[in-house]
Design a protein around this ligand. Sequence first.
Ligand SMILES: [Fe+2]
Ligand SMILES: [Fe+2]
Length: 373
Amino acid sequence: MNIQTGHSADATTVEEGLARVEAQAADFTSEDATALAMENTLLTPRFYTTDFDEMDALDVTPVREDWDKLIAQMVSDPNKGHFKKNEDWDHIDWDGMDPELKKEFIDFLVSSCTAEFSGCVLYKEMKRRGNNPDVTQLFQLMARDEARHAGFINDALREAGIAVNLGFLTKEKKYTYFRPKFIYYATYLSEKIGYARYITIYRHLEANPDQRFHPIFKWFKEWCNDEFSHGEAFALLMRTDPKLTESHVNKLWIKFFLTAVYGTMWVRDHARPAFHEALGVDIDWYDQEVFRKTSTIARQVFPLELDIDHPRWKPTLRRLEAAFNDLDAAKARGSLLGRLTGSARAGLAFASLYTIPSKRNEVPASVRLEPAY
Ligand SMILES: [Fe+2]
Ligand SMILES: [Fe+2]
C-alpha cells in the first residue's frame, strides 16, 4: 500500500503516501504545471465522480473465480519496489534540452501525472465510500498503484524544477459526474489504452535505446502491467451484468466512448511533434498501433470494435485535429466566430468518425487476459 518514490520508502497507507507526495509537491510547486493540470478542456485529463452507492452494490459472484485470482495477484504486489529511482535513473540535463522538446515533454509528464492522479482520486473515493468488501478492496489496490504512478512522475518533474500540486488539484479541480456504467467504459478503456501506450513506447525504445532521452521510459514495462490489471478488473466488473455490454443503447455508448477516447488521443499526441520526433516515433504509426492493441484487447469484453482501417478513419481524424487547432487559435485571438466554426467542424468530424460502421465481435466465454505485447 505504500508509495515508493525517490524520497519516500515506507509510507504505509494510500493516505500517508498521498500526503507525502503532496508535501513533496508543495516544496517545488510550479504554478504553471498546476495550472496546466487544472485545465478542463475536451482534451485534458479530467477528475471524475460517480454514484458510489450504485457501484458499491456490485456483486462479483458471477466472476468470482477470476476475480479472486486477479485480486490475489494485485495483493501480492509485484511492483512494490519498482517506483523508486535507482542506478538506472540517468542524469538529465534539463537546461540543455531543446526548448520545444522540453515544453512538450513537460506537457506530456504533467498530463500523464494528472491522468494517473485522476484514477487515484476516483478509486480512493470509492474505497472510502463503499462497504462492499470486494469493491473496496479492489479500489484500494488500484488507488495504491495510481498514487505510486503519479508520485513517480512528480519525482521526474521535480528534477526539472517543477511539480504538480496534487493536494491543490484534489481540492480545486472540477469533477465531472459520470454514471457508473460510463465510468466502466471510460476507465476500462483508459486503463487498457494506458497499457498499450506505455508498452508500445517501451518496446520501441528497447529496440532503439539511443532514442531514450529520459530514464522514466525504462520504468514503463512493469508500470504498464499495473494498468493492464486495472483494466482486467473493469472487464470483470462489466461481465457481472450482461446488459452493460449487450443492450442496443449500451453498444451505442461503447462506440461513443471508443470514438471519443481514440479521437482525443490522436489530437493530443499530434500536438507534440518534437516529443515524438525525439523518441523517433512516427505519430500516425504510434497512434494506430496503440488503437490496434487496445481494440484487440477490448475484444475480451466489448461487442464491437472501431474500424481503424476504414478509408474515412485517418482523414477524419486529421480533420478533427485541424478543427481543434483552429479552435485553439481562435480562442487565443478571442474570435467568437472562429470558435463557433471550429467547434462545429470538430463536431462534424466526430459525427463522421462515429458513423463509420463498426465491426461486430463475439466476446469469448472466458474474459481474463494476460499482457502479451
Ligand atoms: Fe497508472
Ligand atoms: Fe491504472
